[in-house]
Design a protein around this ligand. Structure first.
Ligand code: ADP
Length: 150
């Protein structure tokens, strides 16, 4: 049988403990998870993509079936290229739900691909990459939110 591959797409600027928790909980559901870091040509990143990739790789260094890949362009196109049949996303609250619903429906129409949602663990639901960037910009300690060195 073909491997069941899921991509977990996002900006991951940075990848947080909330993202990490989500991937760990999704691992038993799939043969492989590809953490797909979207590179938007118009949106400048704050954290270096190489550093974030290295950090994530360090978290999954024990032979888990996780890969990190950068991608550009349409998520559905990237999913096809890597042989993924599922898009994985997290839901923190009702705002996430409304936003994610329209993206998932569009991806279904565009690429005939299903999106699987996991609810964020309550202890991580408040973690938000935008807030982590603000803390870092203001010389705050982000280690409470980010499980590796940046
Ligand atoms: P995007 O810019 O595509 O929203 P993010 O990096 O912010 O990318 O998020 C990627 C995915 O991770 C989204 O599905 C989002 O709902 C989920 N996510 C964001 N923050 C958390 C968190 N604290 N816990 C679990 N999942 C999260």
């Amino acid at each position: 049988m073909a491997k069941k591959i899921a991509i977990f797409p996002g900006s991951f600027d940075p990848f947080t403990k909330g993202h990490y928790d989500l991937v760990q909980r999704a691992l038993p559901l799939f043969d492989e998870i590809i953490i797909a870091i979207g590179q938007n040509t118009t949106k400048q990143r704050y954290f270096d993509i190489e550093k974030v990739t290295k950090g994530i790789n360090g978290l999954f260094a024990n032979g888990e079936n996780v890969r990190v890949m950068p991608y550009k362009g349409l998520t559905v196109k990237f999913a096809k290229e890597v042989g993924a049949s599922v898009i994985l996303r997290g839901l923190r609250n009702a705002m996430d739900f409304e936003y994610e619903k329209s993206i998932a429906e569009s991806n279904k129409l565009l690429g005939k691909i299903e999106t699987v949602f996991l609810l964020t663990s309550p202890e991580y639901a408040a973690i938000n990459s935008t807030i982590v960037r603000e803390i870092h910009k203001n010389d705050g300690d982000i280690s409470t939110f980010v499980p590796y060195q940046l």
